[in-house]
Design a protein around this ligand. Sequence first.
Ligand code: CU
Length: 408
Amino acid sequence: MSRHWKIALTAGTAALSLTGCGPQYSTQATQQVQTQQLQQAHQGHLAAGSAATVTTTGQLRTYYIAADELRWDYAPDGTNDITGEPFTPEEEVFTKQGPNRVGHKYWKALYRGYTDASFTQRIARPTTCAATAKVCDDTLGMLGPVIRAAVGDSIKVVYKNNTTRPTSIHPHGVFYQKNGEGAPYDDGTSGAAKADDAVPPGATFTYNWQVPDRAGPGPMDGSSVLWMYHSHTDEVADTNAGLIGPMVITARGKADPATGTPLDVDREIFSYYTVENENVSPYLDRNLQDLAGPPHVIAPGDEDAFTESNLMHSINGYVYGNGPVPTVRRGERVRWYTFTLGTEVDLHSPHWHGNTVTTNGMRSDMLQLLPGMMMVSDMVPDNPGTWLLHCHVNDHIVAGMQMRYRVT
Ligand SMILES: [Cu+2]
């Protein structure tokens, strides 16, 4: 059977011309990013003689992202900011450093943005932003930088692996081919189509992805959709090490050309709910040796308690309300992007106190998440105050999966 899905991604360059600015902005660019090996690989999935081609006519959006090994603090305030009290003994199970207990600081691998391909200057993450700021990444926490594009655009991620293990970037939702999937498995490819799967320590690899209509909002979506990217070389270990970030695709013609943010939204906030399992992080032993108290050897009978102490029930890598408090204004259009990864304990049900949201057109003050889900909820706050935002699962509440947001 013949397929007439024509794709023109050929080697290399993007011609980009910008005319004007603001909402009338238009671009004319044709991306041709495709190697012969890729074409051959792709043809393996299509009828003989067919070609695989995607033509994009929007902007080329380039990101420089590295995986860096950092000491992350799940509770930088050292106290329970939800209760306003010191940690209780029950909360200290997860937060107190001591003999063979790591506490709330762990070595992790996190995606971080850089200014250019030299990877010498990390893009600073703001700690606070003006309430009027349209784009503000002050609450991303452990997450990687937000990758943004509009339907019709192309995305180029220059990736440097600064960690001691092979890692990758695997994107959800956008159009990638076998040289940009970032996941090793027996898929019938070889050679150049495998280079993306596991970027060696110290090496750099460039991922090229396209953003066709099917990567953008569907019939029930608003003006933008949430995807995520994460390392998929050793998926479970890599993601529990912290290698995950958000990606937003805005509908064609509905994105601010400069920032890629949806024009009909005043403020975007990202929340990643997960039980970060430091027991399966590749840095577990390093954490036990470097950051726990002596004797650095788990005694027989202490395994379960040690394991429990390393389950960090976090939102963006913060527990018990530590981390910045997102602040929004009454009457503005707030878009909450919420996602999760994990295992069978990662059934999360975020609950906004004080205000309501619509998700896929349905009203609630709750959200349902299963591992791997990515949800978009819109809020027009009408109720000023400092409000709780927490997972409604009982075990997760007591283990710290709580934060606050503020409406002024
Ligand atoms: Cu939960």
